[in-house]
Write a protein that binds this ligand. Structure first.
Ligand SMILES: [Zn+2]
Ligand SMILES: [Zn+2]
Length: 251
């Protein structure tokens, strides 16, 4: 951060949160700022003497090297490294591949099935492919456009909707799920298929989706690019300890 300030890339004395601090690494990748940061870190902050000592002790048998292989979950040390690769392999490809990435993203999104729940009549549409939807999807039963997009939590939301319709008591969790689902349904009613796309992108909730949709991008490419940027932002700034949020799909 100090180096980025010295280069004049960010304002001096700016308070940067933990998540933003981490994103600096990505924002300044392949720039002299990044190179300088790595050089200084190695020169000033790496304890070479200590590393040498450890290596010596390992050679001399004073320190025993134990290999720990975790079968189920990554170890705490490996987790932050692995997570980024798993969630956003795009982060590690050059900018020139952006076009190809957007194409892949479109293909993936349009072929993945989602479930739709009608907020007008409660009709549940199972496994509908986004790519096969009309620009303004309608409920097969009542023709309403008030449809919400659901992923793995689909049946929980459907049951909560049914409970609400029968005026039964809802848990806080069910209430939360329904509110979120209704926000998505409002977006689908207004923006149609694009809203379905937006809400199927990993890390894009109804609030972010609403901002992106309101930009009314002229081309599909611009639209996908905005979705992609939102996903990147989510993946690169989310603190490690946050559990993955309930999202329709993992793209
Ligand atoms: Zn229209
Ligand atoms: Zn309906």
């Amino acid at each position: 951060k100090g180096i980025a300030e010295r280069f004049g890339a960010i304002r001096r004395g700016l308070t940067v949160g933990e998540g933003d601090l981490r994103s600096l690494e990505i924002r300044f990748a392949n720039t002299p700022i990044y190179d300088e940061a790595v050089r200084e870190a190695l020169l000033l902050h790496a304890d070479f003497d200590r590393v040498r000592e450890i290596v010596h002790k390992i050679r001399g048998g004073e320190i025993e090297v134990v290999i720990h292989r975790s079968e189920e979950t990554p170890t705490p040390l490996a987790y932050p490294i692995l997570r980024r690769y798993v969630e956003a392999p795009e982060l590690f490809s050059p900018e020139a591949e952006r076009e190809e990435i957007l194409n892949r993203m479109r293909l993936h999104l349009s072929s993945e099935p989602v479930h739709l729940l009608c907020f007008e009549c409660g009709h549940f549409h199972e496994e509908v492919r986004i790519g096969e939807m009309p620009d303004h999807p309608e409920c097969a039963k009542c023709k309403s456009r008030l449809l919400t997009v659901l992923g793995w939590a689909a049946w929980t939301v459907r049951d909560a909707y049914a409970k609400r319709a029968r005026k039964l008591d809802l848990t806080d969790e069910e209430r939360k799920l329904l509110t979120r689902a209704k926000q998505v349904a409002d977006l689908v009613a207004v923006y149609g298929k694009r809203a379905v796309y937006a809400n199927s992108v990993y890390g894009v909730g109804p609030t972010t989706a609403s901002k992106i949709l309101a930009k009314m991008q002229d081309t599909e490419k611009e639209f996908l690019n905005d979705l992609f940027e939102a996903k990147l932002k989510y993946v690169t700034t989310r603190p490690y300890w946050n559990a993955p949020q309930a999202k329709p799909k993992l793209y």
